[in-house]
Design a protein around this ligand. Structure first.
Ligand SMILES: [Zn+2]
Length: 188
């Protein structure tokens, strides 16, 4: 009985808001990553071509619409955590071919994610924004954090065909900053 009371008294984690591309190759692995690696059991999912592209470059009406989606759950469901995803070979950015090489593609998407995160944090100051870039490595999809201030070296890989995951979580030690950790694990 006591146990039940304790469980009931535990604060309920507010849901997150997830924004990712409409590309079906990445939607299911992204949701898996959000739940299993980021621990966001409850979340609202908004898909849009290019992930946060419309927020940065879209028609003002489209940008307003995306923000309206966020404001709705911010005001009515207490969302204070936002998770943004971009991915490799995104057609909204012209695919991988538009970049010439993988490192440039990764750099551009990382910059875009950071700009989008800044925009959202300026718009809603008390939200925490996490950003991830998803890339395909053989048959796996790997998620790499782009904003080192807020994310402590999390990565995951998901198989392409079966949806089964081989996950790997890397915890950052107390004396090791996320940036240092990323410097070791992300070699863009
Ligand atoms: Zn895409």
């Amino acid at each position: 009985m006591k146990r039940i009371r304790q469980r009931r008294s535990e604060p309920k984690m507010p849901p997150a808001w997830v924004l990712c591309c409409v590309d079906s190759r990445y939607i299911q692995p992204t949701q898996q990553f959000v739940k299993q690696q980021l621990g966001a059991r409850r979340y609202f999912l908004k898909t849009d071509a290019g992930g946060s592209r419309a927020l940065l470059h879209g028609h003002p009406a489209v940008r307003a619409w995306v923000l309206r989606n966020l404001r709705l759950v911010y005001q009515q469901r207490g969302v204070r955590r936002v998770i943004l995803f971009h991915h490799q070979d995104c057609l909204a950015y012209g695919g991988s071919a538009a970049f010439g090489n993988q490192s440039r593609e990764t750099r551009v998407h990382t910059q875009e994610l950071k700009k989008a995160a800044q925009l959202l944090q300026t718009t809603l100051r008390d939200v925490t924004v996490q950003t991830f870039y998803a890339s395909r490595e053989q048959r796996r999809i790997r998620f790499r954090p782009c904003n080192v201030q807020q994310v402590a070296g999390v990565s995951a890989a998901h198989t392409r065909r079966t949806g089964r995951s081989t996950r790997r979580t890397q915890n950052v030690g107390r004396n090791e900053t996320a940036g240092q950790r990323l410097g070791q694990t992300v070699g863009f």
